[in-house]
Design a protein around this ligand. Structure first.
Ligand code: NI
Length: 227
């Protein structure tokens, strides 16, 4: 399931972040590639250890952890520190699948990639091409969201970034391990949580049926999660 998460950052905050990192030093994007990906990848990336990256990571991480829609959809267990990439004229990332396991050299952490996320830091009208294309059972989904919006998608899917033909696409991207590794189970929990939130807004949290559904939600999380 692909889930768009609007306003992870406000548009102004996203564009300000873009502005701050745009002037930093960028390196070849193949520094984080898996062995199968390197040939298909032509872009640039902010080095993980640079101060610009660390400040930007802190801002994005705080925004993610305060975003109810992200938390409900992802049920994050461990989030890989967000990275930043840019695609200028002709740059692209060919069709690939993300590595199943990611090591974070800074912390020594190791995560299983259940979900991949792209947080857009450039408005769609400011570049042509640069679409995130994700293969799904419903065909290829083409994603290009406003600055500050994010898309979450299963790391199991084949995906690519099409060549940029005008302007420049700067984005944040990261992987996460979910408390619920099974995509179908996580999707059921997301749907249930959305309905519980809506019903609880209409009837109040103390309503008997809202309480029962809330208990069902938590009991399913207990059954299906690996904390
Ligand atoms: Ni990828």
């Amino acid at each position: 399931m692909l889930i768009a998460i609007p306003d992870v950052l406000t548009r102004d905050a996203a564009l300000a972040l873009r502005e701050r990192i745009a002037g930093a030093e960028w390196v070849d994007g193949n520094v984080t590639s898996g062995s199968g990906a390197a040939t298909a990848k032509r872009n640039r990336q902010l080095p993980e250890e640079s101060p610009a990256t660390q400040a930007a990571q802190a801002e994005v991480s705080a925004a993610l952890m305060g975003n109810a829609a992200f938390l409900s959809a992802a049920l994050p267990h461990s989030v890989f520190p967000p990275l930043f990439n840019r695609y200028g004229g002709g740059e692209e990332f060919g069709l690939h699948v993300d590595n199943a396991i990611r090591f974070h050299s800074g912390s020594g952490a190791r995560i299983r990639t259940d979900l991949s996320c792209t947080l857009f830091l450039t408005d769609p009208e400011d570049y042509d091409g640069g679409e995130l294309e994700i293969e799904s059972n419903f065909g290829t989904q083409r994603i290009k969201l406003p600055a500050g919006h994010a898309v979450l998608y299963p790391s199991t899917s084949l995906h690519r970034v099409t060549p940029v033909t005008r302007g420049e696409r700067i984005s944040c991207f990261f992987w996460l391990q979910s408390l619920v590794s099974d995509h179908a189970a996580r999707e059921i929990l997301y749907d249930l949580d959305q309905s519980v939130q809506r019903l609880s807004g209409e009837r109040g949290k103390g309503d008997a049926e809202v309480l029962r559904l809330t208990a069902i939600y938590h009991n399913l999380v207990r059954r299906w999660s690996q904390a």
